[in-house]
Design a protein around this ligand. Structure first.
Ligand SMILES: Cc1cc2nc3c(=O)[nH]c(=O)nc-3n(C[C@H](O)[C@H](O)[C@H](O)COP(=O)(O)O)c2cc1C
Length: 221
Protein backbone atom coordinates (compact mmCIF):
# COMPACT_ATOMS: atom_id res chain seq x y z
CA UNK A 1 0.00 0.00 0.00
CA UNK A 2 1.26 3.45 -0.92
CA UNK A 3 0.75 6.36 1.45
CA UNK A 4 0.20 9.69 -0.29
CA UNK A 5 0.67 13.02 1.45
CA UNK A 6 -1.56 15.43 -0.48
CA UNK A 7 -0.61 19.06 0.14
CA UNK A 8 -2.22 22.15 -1.36
CA UNK A 9 -0.87 25.67 -0.97
CA UNK A 10 -3.03 27.92 -3.16
CA UNK A 11 -4.90 30.72 -1.42
CA UNK A 12 -7.62 30.25 -4.05
CA UNK A 13 -10.15 27.56 -3.32
CA UNK A 14 -12.59 26.73 -6.11
CA UNK A 15 -10.77 28.64 -8.91
CA UNK A 16 -7.32 27.21 -8.15
CA UNK A 17 -5.59 25.48 -11.06
CA UNK A 18 -2.98 23.79 -8.89
CA UNK A 19 -5.67 22.37 -6.59
CA UNK A 20 -7.58 21.07 -9.60
CA UNK A 21 -4.43 19.41 -10.92
CA UNK A 22 -3.40 17.87 -7.59
CA UNK A 23 -6.95 16.53 -7.09
CA UNK A 24 -6.89 15.09 -10.61
CA UNK A 25 -3.58 13.35 -9.91
CA UNK A 26 -4.78 11.87 -6.61
CA UNK A 27 -8.13 10.78 -8.09
CA UNK A 28 -6.34 9.15 -11.04
CA UNK A 29 -3.97 7.38 -8.65
CA UNK A 30 -6.84 6.07 -6.53
CA UNK A 31 -8.51 4.86 -9.72
CA UNK A 32 -5.56 2.46 -10.06
CA UNK A 33 -5.13 1.70 -6.33
CA UNK A 34 -8.39 2.46 -4.47
CA UNK A 35 -7.02 1.05 -1.20
CA UNK A 36 -4.09 3.44 -0.91
CA UNK A 37 -3.97 5.84 2.00
CA UNK A 38 -4.21 9.61 1.48
CA UNK A 39 -3.11 12.03 4.19
CA UNK A 40 -4.53 15.46 3.44
CA UNK A 41 -3.07 18.77 4.55
CA UNK A 42 -4.34 22.11 3.26
CA UNK A 43 -1.55 24.60 3.91
CA UNK A 44 -3.57 27.62 2.78
CA UNK A 45 -6.76 26.83 4.70
CA UNK A 46 -4.81 26.03 7.88
CA UNK A 47 -1.40 27.69 7.49
CA UNK A 48 1.57 26.28 9.40
CA UNK A 49 2.83 28.53 12.18
CA UNK A 50 6.06 30.37 11.47
CA UNK A 51 9.03 29.06 13.38
CA UNK A 52 9.68 31.13 16.52
CA UNK A 53 12.58 31.61 18.91
CA UNK A 54 10.93 29.06 21.23
CA UNK A 55 10.63 26.60 18.30
CA UNK A 56 14.30 26.96 17.41
CA UNK A 57 15.43 26.53 21.02
CA UNK A 58 13.22 23.44 21.39
CA UNK A 59 14.34 21.82 18.15
CA UNK A 60 18.01 22.26 19.08
CA UNK A 61 17.44 20.71 22.53
CA UNK A 62 17.82 16.94 22.81
CA UNK A 63 14.35 15.30 22.99
CA UNK A 64 14.94 13.85 26.47
CA UNK A 65 15.88 17.31 27.81
CA UNK A 66 12.84 19.18 26.46
CA UNK A 67 10.43 20.61 29.04
CA UNK A 68 6.66 20.83 28.55
CA UNK A 69 6.83 24.28 26.90
CA UNK A 70 9.43 23.04 24.43
CA UNK A 71 7.37 19.98 23.57
CA UNK A 72 4.38 22.27 23.05
CA UNK A 73 6.42 24.52 20.70
CA UNK A 74 7.10 21.51 18.49
CA UNK A 75 3.56 20.10 18.40
CA UNK A 76 2.69 21.29 14.88
CA UNK A 77 6.08 20.21 13.57
CA UNK A 78 5.75 16.75 15.17
CA UNK A 79 2.38 16.18 13.50
CA UNK A 80 3.59 17.36 10.09
CA UNK A 81 6.76 15.26 10.38
CA UNK A 82 4.75 12.14 11.27
CA UNK A 83 2.73 12.67 8.06
CA UNK A 84 5.86 13.23 6.01
CA UNK A 85 7.65 10.19 7.45
CA UNK A 86 4.63 8.00 6.67
CA UNK A 87 4.43 9.18 3.06
CA UNK A 88 5.85 7.29 0.08
CA UNK A 89 4.57 9.92 -2.34
CA UNK A 90 4.11 13.64 -1.76
CA UNK A 91 1.59 15.30 -4.08
CA UNK A 92 1.99 19.06 -3.91
CA UNK A 93 -0.41 21.52 -5.49
CA UNK A 94 1.23 24.93 -5.44
CA UNK A 95 0.98 28.27 -7.21
CA UNK A 96 3.97 30.37 -8.16
CA UNK A 97 3.83 33.54 -6.07
CA UNK A 98 6.39 36.27 -6.78
CA UNK A 99 8.45 33.74 -8.74
CA UNK A 100 8.80 31.46 -5.73
CA UNK A 101 6.73 29.37 -3.37
CA UNK A 102 3.76 30.67 -1.34
CA UNK A 103 4.68 31.59 2.23
CA UNK A 104 2.43 28.87 3.66
CA UNK A 105 4.43 26.23 1.79
CA UNK A 106 7.74 27.77 2.91
CA UNK A 107 6.43 27.66 6.49
CA UNK A 108 5.67 23.93 6.03
CA UNK A 109 9.23 23.25 4.87
CA UNK A 110 10.57 25.21 7.85
CA UNK A 111 8.44 23.07 10.19
CA UNK A 112 9.45 19.70 8.74
CA UNK A 113 13.13 20.21 7.84
CA UNK A 114 14.11 19.87 11.47
CA UNK A 115 17.39 18.81 13.05
CA UNK A 116 17.36 15.26 14.37
CA UNK A 117 14.29 14.33 12.28
CA UNK A 118 14.95 15.44 8.70
CA UNK A 119 18.71 16.01 8.89
CA UNK A 120 21.66 15.41 11.15
CA UNK A 121 24.37 17.97 11.84
CA UNK A 122 27.96 17.03 12.62
CA UNK A 123 30.93 19.36 12.28
CA UNK A 124 33.16 16.27 12.00
CA UNK A 125 31.87 16.17 8.39
CA UNK A 126 33.86 19.31 7.60
CA UNK A 127 32.39 21.93 5.26
CA UNK A 128 29.21 19.90 4.71
CA UNK A 129 27.99 19.09 8.23
CA UNK A 130 24.34 18.58 7.23
CA UNK A 131 23.16 15.16 6.08
CA UNK A 132 19.55 14.30 5.15
CA UNK A 133 17.94 11.50 7.20
CA UNK A 134 14.86 10.73 5.06
CA UNK A 135 14.82 8.96 1.69
CA UNK A 136 12.94 6.90 -0.87
CA UNK A 137 10.01 9.25 -1.51
CA UNK A 138 8.59 10.64 -4.74
CA UNK A 139 7.45 14.27 -5.09
CA UNK A 140 4.85 15.29 -7.67
CA UNK A 141 4.61 19.07 -8.06
CA UNK A 142 1.39 20.31 -9.70
CA UNK A 143 1.71 24.01 -10.24
CA UNK A 144 -0.11 27.05 -11.60
CA UNK A 145 1.62 30.11 -13.03
CA UNK A 146 0.21 33.37 -14.34
CA UNK A 147 2.98 33.98 -16.86
CA UNK A 148 4.81 31.43 -18.99
CA UNK A 149 8.23 30.19 -20.09
CA UNK A 150 9.61 29.04 -16.71
CA UNK A 151 10.81 25.60 -17.86
CA UNK A 152 14.47 25.05 -18.84
CA UNK A 153 15.13 26.99 -22.05
CA UNK A 154 12.02 29.14 -21.56
CA UNK A 155 12.02 32.94 -21.71
CA UNK A 156 11.53 33.27 -17.93
CA UNK A 157 13.72 30.37 -16.80
CA UNK A 158 16.02 32.74 -14.91
CA UNK A 159 13.05 34.13 -12.92
CA UNK A 160 11.94 30.71 -11.74
CA UNK A 161 12.74 30.55 -8.03
CA UNK A 162 9.99 28.00 -7.37
CA UNK A 163 11.29 24.80 -8.99
CA UNK A 164 14.97 25.22 -7.96
CA UNK A 165 13.96 25.99 -4.37
CA UNK A 166 11.59 23.00 -4.28
CA UNK A 167 14.37 20.80 -5.65
CA UNK A 168 16.79 21.95 -2.95
CA UNK A 169 14.24 21.45 -0.16
CA UNK A 170 13.21 18.06 -1.63
CA UNK A 171 16.62 16.66 -0.73
CA UNK A 172 15.78 17.25 2.95
CA UNK A 173 12.35 15.62 2.88
CA UNK A 174 13.54 12.33 1.42
CA UNK A 175 13.20 13.02 -2.30
CA UNK A 176 16.13 12.43 -4.68
CA UNK A 177 16.43 14.73 -7.75
CA UNK A 178 15.25 11.98 -10.14
CA UNK A 179 12.15 11.41 -7.98
CA UNK A 180 10.80 14.95 -8.53
CA UNK A 181 8.05 15.17 -11.18
CA UNK A 182 6.83 18.64 -12.13
CA UNK A 183 3.77 19.59 -14.19
CA UNK A 184 2.75 23.23 -14.57
CA UNK A 185 -0.21 25.11 -16.00
CA UNK A 186 0.96 28.42 -17.42
CA UNK A 187 -0.62 31.57 -18.99
CA UNK A 188 -3.27 31.92 -16.26
CA UNK A 189 -2.98 35.72 -16.41
CA UNK A 190 -3.20 35.77 -20.23
CA UNK A 191 -6.11 33.40 -20.66
CA UNK A 192 -7.04 32.49 -24.22
CA UNK A 193 -6.04 29.59 -26.41
CA UNK A 194 -2.50 29.18 -25.03
CA UNK A 195 -3.87 28.89 -21.50
CA UNK A 196 -6.51 26.39 -22.57
CA UNK A 197 -3.85 24.29 -24.31
CA UNK A 198 -1.60 24.48 -21.24
CA UNK A 199 -4.44 23.24 -19.00
CA UNK A 200 -5.27 20.36 -21.34
CA UNK A 201 -1.61 19.32 -21.65
CA UNK A 202 -1.03 19.47 -17.89
CA UNK A 203 -4.16 17.43 -17.17
CA UNK A 204 -3.13 14.75 -19.67
CA UNK A 205 0.37 14.66 -18.16
CA UNK A 206 -1.03 14.37 -14.62
CA UNK A 207 -3.22 11.41 -15.60
CA UNK A 208 -0.31 9.72 -17.43
CA UNK A 209 2.12 10.34 -14.56
CA UNK A 210 -0.32 8.89 -12.02
CA UNK A 211 -0.55 5.70 -14.09
CA UNK A 212 3.21 5.49 -14.65
CA UNK A 213 4.19 6.09 -11.01
CA UNK A 214 1.43 3.80 -9.79
CA UNK A 215 2.85 0.97 -11.91
CA UNK A 216 6.35 1.72 -10.59
CA UNK A 217 5.10 1.59 -6.97
CA UNK A 218 3.15 -1.66 -7.43
CA UNK A 219 4.58 -4.53 -5.40
CA UNK A 220 6.24 -7.09 -7.72
CA UNK A 221 4.82 -10.66 -7.76
C1 LIG B 1 0.33 36.91 -4.73
C2 LIG B 1 0.47 36.38 -6.13
C3 LIG B 1 1.71 36.40 -6.74
C4 LIG B 1 1.87 35.88 -8.01
N1 LIG B 1 3.11 35.89 -8.57
C5 LIG B 1 3.28 35.33 -9.79
C6 LIG B 1 4.56 35.27 -10.38
O1 LIG B 1 5.56 35.70 -9.82
N2 LIG B 1 4.70 34.70 -11.61
C7 LIG B 1 3.64 34.16 -12.26
O2 LIG B 1 3.82 33.63 -13.35
N3 LIG B 1 2.39 34.21 -11.73
C8 LIG B 1 2.20 34.77 -10.51
N4 LIG B 1 0.96 34.80 -9.95
C9 LIG B 1 -0.16 34.16 -10.67
C10 LIG B 1 -0.37 32.75 -10.14
O3 LIG B 1 0.79 31.98 -10.22
C11 LIG B 1 -1.49 32.08 -10.94
O4 LIG B 1 -2.68 32.80 -10.71
C12 LIG B 1 -1.68 30.63 -10.57
O5 LIG B 1 -2.67 30.08 -11.38
C13 LIG B 1 -2.08 30.52 -9.09
O6 LIG B 1 -2.28 29.17 -8.74
P1 LIG B 1 -3.77 28.67 -8.43
O7 LIG B 1 -4.52 28.75 -9.73
O8 LIG B 1 -3.59 27.28 -7.96
O9 LIG B 1 -4.35 29.58 -7.39
C14 LIG B 1 0.75 35.33 -8.70
C15 LIG B 1 -0.50 35.35 -8.08
C16 LIG B 1 -0.64 35.86 -6.82
C17 LIG B 1 -2.00 35.85 -6.17
Amino acid sequence: MTTILHLDASARSTRSLSRRLSALFVDSWLGHSPGDRVIRRDLAETPPPHVSEAWIAASFTAPEQRDAAMREALTWSDAALAELEAADLIVLGTPMYNYGMPSALKAWFDQVIRIGRAFSFDLARGDYPIEPMLGGKHLVVLSGRGEFGFAPGGIRESLNQLDPHLATCAGYIGVAPEAIHTIAIEYQEFGGERHARSIAAAEAKAIALAAELNRACEPVG
